[in-house]
Design a protein around this ligand. Structure first.
Ligand SMILES: NC(=O)c1ccc[n+]([C@@H]2O[C@H](COP(=O)([O-])OP(=O)(O)OC[C@H]3O[C@@H](n4cnc5c(N)ncnc54)[C@H](O)[C@@H]3O)[C@@H](O)[C@H]2O)c1
Ligand SMILES: O=P(O)(O)OC[C@H](O)CO
Length: 347
């Protein structure tokens, strides 16, 4: 953290060393955020060209065209070297790949290193949240794991537009360390002990953004969008409460905040992909046309499985699964949702 960002009277803390696993749009952006907060940051990426461009030219043109990265960000294709000696390791690969990326690094982390999940998905084969996958794959105490989630569209943050986020961990010490590693004049972290709620909000809002995108692709307007967002929040809340989350999380930044950003922004990959589906593309065509990682495409199935195992009703998520993976014609999505039996609003 640079001195001018420290709260008054706080002595200047030693500079943190950070690593980011994943050189895509959010991994690279979060590396820049941590560098702007005063950390020395090494990004690990698989692609040699991207890594050399980050290290030598301070750019990542494939994922963040036109953005200049801070000088304190460097990069390597050697994941073990990236995490060696790091105080904080942030993980930003597609959720379904996280376990395979992390398991080989088990013995490369220091005993006090904190690991941050930047990912917004649920693992398909296990229905595990990403913080659970991180702790299991690295065989570390969950108290050393944090989750960052909120209205955080990478490109806006890379342009240093102001936003806030939520850092969730069962350990306040862990959450505060991560907050210190990323707080800057344009990025404001709030801590929250509700890991389950924060993480579910991040994963399920992607599914709701797919539904909003589909409805907009079908030519539907703002009433429909507001209905899907509001009822989407209801079903996220229902699932979260069934899993023991805190009700206060859902109207907050990680819940309503991220739903609004993702469902409104044309930069959202989930929203964009839904639009392609609504306009008649097949799923394969829509994935190719969107580019990048639209987590909701896979996570909608694990979220639905999780909900069904708990007897939780998630009609929007179910409808998205049926359209994306079970061949339901897209024009039947709205009638399917609207023709359900009568309910009181709060029920
Ligand atoms: N982009 C955003 O605005 C944003 C914001 C918040 C959270 N997230 C979350 O961050 C996570 C990463 O998203 P992103 O936007 O950086 O995605 P991205 O598609 O921009 O980048 C993904 C990165 O992962 C790498 N990758 C892909 N498959 C891999 C594998 N098998 N092994 C190792 N690396 C692999 C890619 O090469 C790329 O560097 C997702 O869970 C996403 O939901 C994204
Ligand atoms: O581009 P998306 O749809 O993955 O959304 C990005 C972020 O999660 C928004 O907070």
């Amino acid at each position: 953290m640079t001195a001018d960002l420290l709260p008054p009277d706080e002595p200047e803390a030693p500079r943190l060393r950070a690593a980011v696993l994943g050189a895509g749009s959010w991994g690279t952006t979060f590396a820049a955020v941590m560098a702007d907060a005063g950390c020395d940051v090494t990004v690990w990426g698989r692609d040699d060209t991207t890594v050399r461009q980050i290290a030598d030219d301070h750019r990542n043109e494939a994922y963040l065209p036109g953005i200049e990265l801070p000088a304190r960000v460097t990069a390597t294709t050697d994941a073990r070297a990236a995490v060696r000696g790091a105080d904080v390791v942030a993980v930003a690969v597609p959720s379904q790949r996280a376990r395979a990326v992390l398991e080989p690094l088990r013995d490369a982390l220091g005993p006090r290193t904190v690991v941050v999940s930047l990912m917004k998905g649920v693992e398909l084969s296990t229905d595990r949240r990403m913080s659970e996958v991180v702790a299991e794959a690295l065989a570390i105490d969950p108290a050393r794991v944090a989750v960052v989630s909120g209205p955080n569209l990478a490109r806006e943050i890379a342009q240093r537009q102001p936003t806030a986020t939520v850092i969730a961990s069962t350990s306040d010490e862990t959450a505060r360390l991560v907050a210190r590693a990323c707080a800057s004049s344009y990025f404001r972290p709030y801590t929250n002990p509700d890991v389950v709620g924060v993480e579910l909000c991040g994963a399920v809002k992607n599914v709701i953004a797919l539904a909003v995108g589909i409805s907009q692709g079908r030519g539907l307007g703002y009433n429909t969008m507001a209905t899907v967002i509001t009822r989407g929040l209801v079903e996220i809340t229902r699932l979260g409460l069934a899993l023991g989350a805190d009700a206060d999380t859902f109207p907050g930044l990680a819940g309503m905040g991220d739903l609004m950003a993702t469902c409104a922004s044309p930069d959202s990959r989930n929203h964009t992909l839904g639009g392609h589906i609504g306009r008649g593309m097949t799923l394969d065509e829509a994935v190719a046309a969107t580019g990048g990682t639209a987590e909701g495409v896979k996570s909608c199935r694990s979220v639905l499985e999780l909900a069904q195992s708990l007897g939780v009703d998630m009609p929007i998520t179910h409808a998205v699964v049926r359209v994306l993976h079970e061949g339901l014609p897209v024009e039947q999505l709205a009638p399917l949702l609207l023709a359900r039996p009568h309910k009181a609003e709060g029920a």
